[in-house]
Design a protein around this ligand. Structure first.
Ligand code: SF4
Ligand code: SF4
Length: 203
Protein backbone atom coordinates (compact mmCIF):
# COMPACT_ATOMS: atom_id res chain seq x y z
CA UNK A 1 0.00 0.00 0.00
CA UNK A 2 1.17 3.54 -0.72
CA UNK A 3 0.14 6.59 1.26
CA UNK A 4 -0.26 9.85 -0.60
CA UNK A 5 -0.96 13.55 -0.20
CA UNK A 6 -3.67 15.68 -1.82
CA UNK A 7 -3.29 19.45 -2.08
CA UNK A 8 -6.06 21.82 -3.09
CA UNK A 9 -3.91 24.69 -4.36
CA UNK A 10 -6.98 26.87 -4.92
CA UNK A 11 -7.61 27.09 -1.20
CA UNK A 12 -4.08 27.85 0.06
CA UNK A 13 -3.70 31.47 1.17
CA UNK A 14 -0.03 31.25 2.18
CA UNK A 15 -0.60 31.66 5.92
CA UNK A 16 2.18 29.18 6.89
CA UNK A 17 0.07 27.60 9.65
CA UNK A 18 1.15 24.16 8.37
CA UNK A 19 4.84 25.17 8.45
CA UNK A 20 4.65 26.43 12.02
CA UNK A 21 2.56 23.49 13.26
CA UNK A 22 4.97 21.02 11.64
CA UNK A 23 8.06 22.65 13.17
CA UNK A 24 6.38 22.70 16.56
CA UNK A 25 5.07 19.12 16.45
CA UNK A 26 8.40 17.65 15.33
CA UNK A 27 10.60 19.91 17.51
CA UNK A 28 12.50 21.28 14.51
CA UNK A 29 14.54 24.24 15.81
CA UNK A 30 14.34 27.75 14.37
CA UNK A 31 16.47 27.91 11.23
CA UNK A 32 16.37 26.70 7.66
CA UNK A 33 15.31 23.09 8.27
CA UNK A 34 11.58 22.81 7.71
CA UNK A 35 9.81 19.58 6.82
CA UNK A 36 6.91 21.58 5.37
CA UNK A 37 7.56 24.64 3.18
CA UNK A 38 5.35 26.89 1.06
CA UNK A 39 6.11 27.79 -2.53
CA UNK A 40 4.94 31.22 -3.72
CA UNK A 41 4.32 31.58 -7.45
CA UNK A 42 3.91 35.08 -8.86
CA UNK A 43 3.19 35.68 -12.55
CA UNK A 44 2.34 38.61 -14.78
CA UNK A 45 2.26 42.36 -14.13
CA UNK A 46 -0.41 44.60 -12.65
CA UNK A 47 -3.29 44.49 -13.45
CA UNK A 48 -2.84 41.01 -15.01
CA UNK A 49 -1.59 39.05 -12.06
CA UNK A 50 -1.57 35.43 -10.98
CA UNK A 51 -0.52 34.33 -7.50
CA UNK A 52 -0.58 30.82 -6.07
CA UNK A 53 0.73 29.18 -2.91
CA UNK A 54 1.72 25.54 -2.79
CA UNK A 55 2.67 23.59 0.36
CA UNK A 56 5.66 21.37 -0.49
CA UNK A 57 7.22 18.53 1.45
CA UNK A 58 8.63 15.04 0.86
CA UNK A 59 6.46 13.23 -1.68
CA UNK A 60 7.33 9.72 -0.48
CA UNK A 61 8.05 8.72 -4.05
CA UNK A 62 7.32 5.23 -5.34
CA UNK A 63 10.94 5.05 -6.54
CA UNK A 64 12.76 7.47 -4.21
CA UNK A 65 16.04 8.86 -5.59
CA UNK A 66 17.18 9.63 -2.03
CA UNK A 67 17.03 5.95 -1.02
CA UNK A 68 19.00 4.93 -4.10
CA UNK A 69 21.91 7.32 -3.50
CA UNK A 70 22.37 7.12 0.27
CA UNK A 71 25.70 5.33 0.81
CA UNK A 72 24.86 4.10 4.32
CA UNK A 73 21.22 3.05 3.81
CA UNK A 74 20.04 5.71 6.23
CA UNK A 75 16.88 6.25 4.19
CA UNK A 76 14.31 3.53 3.66
CA UNK A 77 10.86 3.08 2.23
CA UNK A 78 8.41 1.26 4.43
CA UNK A 79 6.78 -1.64 2.57
CA UNK A 80 3.53 -1.40 4.55
CA UNK A 81 2.63 2.20 3.63
CA UNK A 82 5.35 3.49 1.28
CA UNK A 83 6.43 6.22 3.72
CA UNK A 84 10.11 7.14 3.33
CA UNK A 85 11.90 7.51 6.65
CA UNK A 86 15.43 8.54 7.65
CA UNK A 87 17.66 7.14 10.39
CA UNK A 88 19.45 10.29 11.53
CA UNK A 89 21.93 8.33 13.63
CA UNK A 90 23.16 6.55 10.52
CA UNK A 91 23.29 9.67 8.30
CA UNK A 92 26.82 10.90 7.53
CA UNK A 93 25.73 14.56 7.51
CA UNK A 94 25.55 17.31 4.93
CA UNK A 95 29.22 18.28 5.08
CA UNK A 96 30.45 14.75 4.43
CA UNK A 97 27.71 13.62 2.11
CA UNK A 98 24.48 15.49 1.21
CA UNK A 99 23.84 13.16 -1.74
CA UNK A 100 20.13 12.86 -0.97
CA UNK A 101 19.64 16.62 -1.33
CA UNK A 102 21.46 16.58 -4.66
CA UNK A 103 19.38 13.63 -5.87
CA UNK A 104 15.92 14.84 -4.83
CA UNK A 105 14.36 17.13 -7.46
CA UNK A 106 11.89 18.38 -4.83
CA UNK A 107 14.51 19.61 -2.31
CA UNK A 108 12.80 17.57 0.39
CA UNK A 109 15.86 16.53 2.48
CA UNK A 110 16.41 19.18 5.16
CA UNK A 111 19.51 20.14 7.14
CA UNK A 112 19.92 22.48 10.10
CA UNK A 113 22.62 25.10 10.50
CA UNK A 114 24.75 23.08 12.91
CA UNK A 115 28.09 21.57 11.84
CA UNK A 116 27.66 18.06 10.43
CA UNK A 117 23.89 18.54 10.24
CA UNK A 118 22.14 15.26 9.61
CA UNK A 119 19.26 14.82 7.25
CA UNK A 120 15.70 15.20 8.46
CA UNK A 121 12.46 15.36 6.53
CA UNK A 122 8.74 14.84 6.57
CA UNK A 123 7.49 11.38 7.56
CA UNK A 124 3.84 12.31 7.13
CA UNK A 125 3.57 12.26 10.93
CA UNK A 126 4.06 8.53 11.25
CA UNK A 127 3.62 8.91 15.02
CA UNK A 128 0.14 10.35 14.50
CA UNK A 129 -0.85 8.03 11.64
CA UNK A 130 -0.09 4.97 13.76
CA UNK A 131 -2.53 6.36 16.34
CA UNK A 132 -5.19 6.76 13.66
CA UNK A 133 -4.79 10.57 13.56
CA UNK A 134 -4.25 12.79 10.50
CA UNK A 135 -0.85 14.53 10.17
CA UNK A 136 -0.42 17.89 11.94
CA UNK A 137 -0.34 19.87 8.64
CA UNK A 138 -3.75 18.46 7.73
CA UNK A 139 -5.43 19.45 10.98
CA UNK A 140 -3.64 22.81 11.43
CA UNK A 141 -4.67 24.21 8.04
CA UNK A 142 -7.59 26.64 8.47
CA UNK A 143 -8.46 26.28 4.77
CA UNK A 144 -8.50 22.46 4.61
CA UNK A 145 -5.94 22.46 1.80
CA UNK A 146 -4.23 19.14 2.59
CA UNK A 147 -5.36 15.55 2.96
CA UNK A 148 -3.20 12.49 3.53
CA UNK A 149 -4.27 8.86 3.24
CA UNK A 150 -3.97 5.76 1.08
CA UNK A 151 -3.14 6.99 -2.44
CA UNK A 152 -5.81 4.92 -4.21
CA UNK A 153 -8.47 6.29 -1.83
CA UNK A 154 -7.28 9.86 -2.46
CA UNK A 155 -7.44 9.23 -6.23
CA UNK A 156 -11.00 7.91 -5.91
CA UNK A 157 -12.04 10.93 -3.84
CA UNK A 158 -10.14 13.77 -5.53
CA UNK A 159 -9.05 12.56 -8.99
CA UNK A 160 -5.63 11.83 -10.40
CA UNK A 161 -4.09 15.22 -11.29
CA UNK A 162 -0.33 14.88 -10.75
CA UNK A 163 0.95 18.32 -11.80
CA UNK A 164 0.24 21.95 -11.07
CA UNK A 165 1.89 25.35 -11.48
CA UNK A 166 5.57 24.85 -10.61
CA UNK A 167 5.26 21.15 -9.73
CA UNK A 168 6.41 18.66 -12.37
CA UNK A 169 5.58 14.98 -12.02
CA UNK A 170 8.66 12.80 -12.34
CA UNK A 171 7.81 9.52 -14.14
CA UNK A 172 11.08 8.10 -12.84
CA UNK A 173 10.42 8.83 -9.16
CA UNK A 174 6.59 8.77 -9.16
CA UNK A 175 5.89 11.21 -6.31
CA UNK A 176 2.80 10.27 -4.26
CA UNK A 177 1.05 13.64 -4.44
CA UNK A 178 -2.19 14.74 -6.13
CA UNK A 179 -3.54 18.22 -6.77
CA UNK A 180 -6.54 20.34 -7.37
CA UNK A 181 -4.41 22.79 -9.34
CA UNK A 182 -4.78 26.52 -9.48
CA UNK A 183 -4.39 27.22 -13.19
CA UNK A 184 -3.05 30.32 -14.85
CA UNK A 185 -5.39 30.33 -17.84
CA UNK A 186 -3.68 33.41 -19.34
CA UNK A 187 -0.23 31.79 -19.31
CA UNK A 188 1.42 34.92 -17.88
CA UNK A 189 5.17 35.31 -17.65
CA UNK A 190 6.83 34.02 -14.48
CA UNK A 191 7.59 36.86 -12.08
CA UNK A 192 8.95 35.08 -9.03
CA UNK A 193 8.98 31.57 -7.60
CA UNK A 194 10.16 31.36 -4.03
CA UNK A 195 10.17 28.56 -1.46
CA UNK A 196 10.05 29.54 2.21
CA UNK A 197 11.95 28.54 4.29
CA UNK A 198 14.70 27.89 1.77
CA UNK A 199 16.38 24.51 1.89
CA UNK A 200 19.99 24.25 3.13
CA UNK A 201 21.68 26.69 5.47
CA UNK A 202 20.95 30.05 3.88
CA UNK A 203 17.98 30.89 6.11
S1 SF4 B 1 10.54 13.68 -2.55
FE1 SF4 B 1 12.79 13.54 -2.50
S2 SF4 B 1 13.27 13.00 -0.35
FE2 SF4 B 1 11.08 12.54 -0.68
S3 SF4 B 1 11.03 10.35 -1.29
FE3 SF4 B 1 11.08 11.59 -3.19
S4 SF4 B 1 13.27 11.67 -3.70
FE4 SF4 B 1 13.16 11.07 -1.53
S1 SF4 C 1 23.29 13.06 3.79
FE1 SF4 C 1 22.82 11.31 5.12
S2 SF4 C 1 20.78 10.57 4.50
FE2 SF4 C 1 21.57 11.92 2.85
S3 SF4 C 1 22.56 10.46 1.41
FE3 SF4 C 1 24.16 11.20 2.79
S4 SF4 C 1 24.25 9.69 4.46
FE4 SF4 C 1 22.31 9.35 3.34
Amino acid sequence: MQYGMYINENRCMGCFACVVACKDWHDVPAGPASWMRVKTIEKGKYPDLFVAFLPVTCNHCLHPACVAVCPVEAISKRPEDGIVTVDREACLGKDQCGLCLQACPYDAPQFGEEADARMQKCDWCLDRLTEGKKPICVISCPMQVIDIGPLDELRAQYGDVRETESFTYSEELAPSVLFKPKRDERNLAIGKIEVTPRVGTEG
